[in-house]
Design a binder for this molecule. Sequence first.
Ligand code: C5P
Length: 325
Amino acid sequence: MLTLIANAKINLYLEIIGNRPDGFHELVMVMQSVSLADHITLKPLKTPTIQLNCNHPQVPVDQTNLACRAVALLQKRCPNRTNCKGGVEITIDKKIPVGAGLAGGSANAAATLFGLDVLWNLGLTRTELQDIGAELGSDVPFCLAGGCAIATGRGEEVDPIAQSPKLSVVLAKYASLSVSTVWAYQTYRQQFEHTYRPVVQPTSDAVNLDERRSRLHSGPMVKALGHHRATDIAAHLFNDLEKVVLPAHPQVAHLKQVMTAASHLGQAGSGLGTLMSGSGPTVFTLAETPAQAEQIVHNIRQQISDPDLQLHTAQFTTQGIELKN
Ligand code: C5P
């Protein structure tokens, strides 16, 4: 039996470049793992079945769950190595909010791939696992890599940023509100397609992507991360999807306002910056220390007493998936 810690992610930067030939969007993102995590236990079964248990009522426990699909895809992609291994029972202890823009489902799939590689002694490389993960979802390769990274393409091309600082973060989400990622991107396309860069020819695509990547690599967000300049990181937080999610959900727009104000109340320099993560509706505020993050939680609670609002504090982590002792 094996238990893994599957960390959530936040997007410090999310820019939508344009349409891709595969129907997805070309993205330029900076992703960061945070210590709000699900615990995934994998138990080998003698029979070749995939079973799943989860303590959260909104998580599907049938074969549509991304963790179950991860097992099936691993078996399909590596038939010779997996056909004598039997099945697996997956138990997810859910702490990452569902439908939140925190890659909870992707982190579960990443942990399942990582864990089965260990449990079944498959000997897959990180690149091979990420390649399988990319077929499951755009965020799965980052969840396997973890830490801080630039993610381009659909989000599945991951370039690690070595030196990000260990900041704290407050994560806020209304429990009863979820945003569909498909809806967020479709709505963005409807409203902003006229601003998209023209679809590039396949031959010049690689050059263009390299240029975009290098622009971000040498850009202010990555410089701020490399130099551990927390205020500069906060100054360059950006998410294009706020443009569609915040107007559609005034409650989330209000939450962002409250969090921005709450981070400037009381203690000098207590909050750094506030942004929606991914396709939302989670909003996060960065802080220099865990104590400052707790102070911000207290300040938010003074403004919004609604018990539906879930508040968590977490830290930046250097890993996406960890083995639990
Ligand atoms: O890859 P993932 O399953 O997380 O994507 C969910 C949906 O989000 C896609 O079906 C697509 O509608 C949208 N998406 C997109 N462009 C991306 C990533 C996701 O349009 N780069």
